[in-house]
Design a protein. Structure first.
Length: 175
């Protein structure tokens, strides 16, 4: 039974990392200092569905791999840190003590908004440090905010569909 649990854990995390990486790379819309993408939607989903551990791994590694593979190498380390914290915050807040996702709960909305706030703040600060100017870091805020709002809307759209389809039960988790 322990081997089955370990195999499921490794599989869920590996697939979550790949999902975040691919969704980040699939559509990239340039914004100042970077690009807009749908990877945040997948970070929100995986962290909320599987908890903070998967959120850290999928958010950090998946996003950093996307930066590395698409030529944004200067962002790999900041992305690893920012998206790991984002996944941790989302997973911790959305999963709660029940260790299950409820899309319609205020806790899930708080988790999503907090995760997006971590992302916007983190990239604003990283942009300021990498470019030596706080003003330059601030140039990202409108694009990052729009990216976050779109990611949150897509998270809710997909999340309600997955919840209605009882996907968590099919995966062997309470839901």
């Amino acid at each position: 039974m322990m081997k089955e649990h370990a195999a499921k854990y490794v599989t869920v995390n590996a697939l979550s990392i790949a999902l975040v990486c691919i969704s980040t790379m699939a559509i990239q819309i340039p914004i100042p200092l970077g690009y807009m993408h749908l990877g945040n939607t997948c970070i929100l989903l995986t962290a909320a569905m599987f908890g903070p551990g998967t959120g850290v791994l999928a958010g950090g590694i998946g996003s950093a791999m996307a930066d590395l593979l698409t030529g944004y190498t200067q962002w790999v380390l900041p992305t690893l840190l920012i998206k790991s914290v984002m996944g941790l915050v989302i997973g911790y807040l959305a999963w709660g003590t029940e260790k299950r996702l409820r899309m319609a709960s205020p806790r899930t909305l708080l988790a999503g908004v907090a995760g997006i706030a971590v992302m916007v703040f983190g990239y604003t600060m990283a942009g300021a440090v990498l470019n030596g100017s706080f003003y330059t870091g601030l140039l990202q805020v409108p694009g990052l905010t729009l990216e976050g709002v779109i990611g949150l809307a897509a998270f809710y759209g997909l999340g309600f569909v997955l919840e209605k389809a009882h996907v968590m039960r099919l995966l062997g988790r309470a839901g």
